[in-house]
Design a protein around this ligand. Sequence first.
Ligand code: TMP
Length: 237
Amino acid sequence: MNKQAQLYEGKAKKVFATENPEMYIVSYKDDATAFNGEKKGTIVGKGAINNRMSNMLMKMLEKNGVPTHLIEELNDRETLVKKVSIVPLEVIVRNISAGSFSKRYGVKEGIVFAEPTFEFSYKNDDLGDPLLNDSHALALGLATSEEIATIRNMALTVNKLLKEYFLKLNITLVDFKLEFGRLTDGTIVLADEISPDTCRFWDKDTGEKLDKDRFRRDLGNVEDAYQEVMRRLTEGN
Ligand code: TMP
């Protein structure tokens, strides 16, 4: 399958049409941004790591009954996926306080929740991805109530599966962001990516951050952290 017209360029990926109208090719970039694009940089090798890691995780999720956009990895940076239209909701699940949760509610990082939290942001860069609830999403026509219920169930299932999977790699899954898409027939599938760009990973023993917070907060050793998660995933398989 070959790339045709570029349909979209996001902050971390490009999306191309293919000769099959039901399939797209996503191409992962090394570009990194934070704070709604205000901070810009490059994480060398990130595109290839995120491509491979996301595909490994989506395969695992598929095996466990979660439908995803994945068709097949084409090369280092490129993957063939099902054509979807992205539901403009960033779906965030948290197991432990960190990031914007800690900031918004004035609590320290590291509080382990008895139950995961679930939240939506409106995927809209011009507005800075504002937090919104189900009724706001419905009022704005971003998703139907059925779709919202499906997305919530799928996201919580993904959390259980990923948490367990990363625990075996001695990694604590703190929180993550998912995006969902609609296939041509309206079926909701998991789309976008699952990677250190979109998850918080802490080493289970040391608490060391192994994700994009190293870039966001200028902690150094950013590339090393991505490689370390990839190394554990590869060795664990
Ligand atoms: P937050 O604490 O900044 O809201 O982030 C929650 C999770 O979502 C964290 O794992 C990082 C991920 N995330 C993204 O994937 N994209 C984003 O634009 C932001 C702000 C967070």
